[in-house]
Design a protein around this ligand. Structure first.
Ligand SMILES: [Zn+2]
Length: 369
């Protein structure tokens, strides 16, 4: 029988297919809490974000790497973090994550985030770029280029040639996920561009054109889905809204990857089952649900084909989130698969095989790494 420890041995050298830069500078408590989750304020109405499953997970799993007892109070954790310095803390936490490959969304500020090569060095792994479409389009508009479509396509092709392995759409943040099945014509795109604020593109025609174009260029396309900060309308981020787009793009065979998904992870699992080219992950849901992330993974595994689920930390800002994303993923996979082996519903070889698929092999296949 495969126990949790056995399976953890198969969840090594992870491919983190969606993550971001971190801040290695020293952080005071408001700055630290400001990066913990998607809330706007660090201490809503006099409470603290440490009073959450995420806060407990930081105290439980990150404190020992800072030479502290598990579950020390948050103040003691942050004092030790300051004492060691942000750079040393990042080195320890990311070095312990067990991530061998990172696919980094480079389109999210602020300045001061670690660049790709530095993140790779902190993990002792290899980094690849994922291009954020709306950001690239905003940059092209800022240059005043007369041929927006040609310039965007050229830049995507150049990025691919330079080693970028995917593109990311943040249509969810800008217009929701109801994207048309057919690519807007150049005329429709021109009319849309004439009415938008080019500094923050929020237009259905433009987001749709960008998503279709990335697929035409052959770049695996990530979509932000579900859970995110308060400038999205979560109701409009149900991945079922993408159904027409997915049906229309399936024949091209370019992977579409649904990110985070909570609370729509069951819907995403369904889409991954019925569309050949659809993959999914749980992203930041894992570290945000802490010790209870096992329940979310269990619900996801109800339906998702094992070859369609990917690992990602979706870490941003704090090295703690790399450590937690990887550790909680290992733990919840080991728990759920171990239960299935214990109940006689799978062999330990089955469980080890699925652990390797989800931990790294599915990402390698989807992105041709
Ligand atoms: Zn993200």
């Amino acid at each position: 029988m495969a126990d949790a420890a056995d399976l953890t041995a198969h969840l090594v050298d992870l491919v983190d297919h969606h993550c971001h830069g971190i801040l290695t500078a020293d952080l005071d408590r408001p700055a630290f809490e400001g990066l913990m989750n998607e809330a706007v304020r660090a201490a809503p109405l006099g409470t603290t974000l440490f009073d959450s499953t995420l806060g407990w997970a930081i105290r439980r799993h990150c404190a020992p790497l800072l030479d502290l007892e598990p579950l020390v109070p948050a103040d003691a954790y942050l004092a030790r973090r300051t004492e060691l310095g942000g750079a040393e803390v990042s080195r320890r936490l990311m070095g312990a994550a067990g991530i061998g490959t990172l696919l980094i969304d480079t389109g999210l500020g602020p300045d001061g985030l670690t660049p790709m090569d530095e993140l790779a060095a902190l993990c002792g792994g290899t980094a690849y770029e994922v291009v954020r479409l709306e950001r690239l389009a905003e940059r092209v508009l800022a240059t005043g280029s007369r041929s927006f479509p040609g310039e965007v396509e050229d830049r995507l092709r150049a990025a691919r040639k330079a080693g970028a392995v995917g593109a990311k759409s943040i249509a969810a943040y800008r217009v929701g996920l109801e994207l048309p099945a057919t690519k807007p014509s150049d005329d429709e795109l021109r009319r849309a561009l004439s009415r938008v604020d080019g500094r923050r593109l929020a237009d259905r025609t433009v987001s749709s054109w960008l998503a279709h174009t990335a697929i035409e260029v052959g770049l695996p396309l990530q979509f932000h889905v579900g859970y995110g900060d308060s400038d999205l309308d979560l109701l409009d981020c149900d991945p079922l809204r993408l159904t027409a787009f997915l049906r229309a793009t399936e024949e091209r065979g370019v992977p579409v990857l649904l990110l985070h998904n909570w609370p729509y992870h069951r819907q995403a699992a369904y889409l991954a089952q019925v569309f050949d080219h659809v993959f999914m992950d749980l992203g930041l849901t894992t570290h945000n649900t802490g010790a209870l992330s096992t329940g979310v993974l269990r619900e996801t595994l109800e339906l998702v084909p094992f070859g369609k689920l990917l690992f990602s930390s979706d870490a941003y800002g704090l090295a703690e989130l790399y450590r937690l994303g990887a550790l909680l993923f290992r733990r919840s996979m080991s728990t759920v698969l171990g239960e299935l082996v214990a109940s006689g519903d799978a062999t330990s070889d089955d469980a080890a095989y699925v652990a390797a698929l989800v931990g790294r092999e599915n990402a390698r296949r989807a992105y041709a790494l």
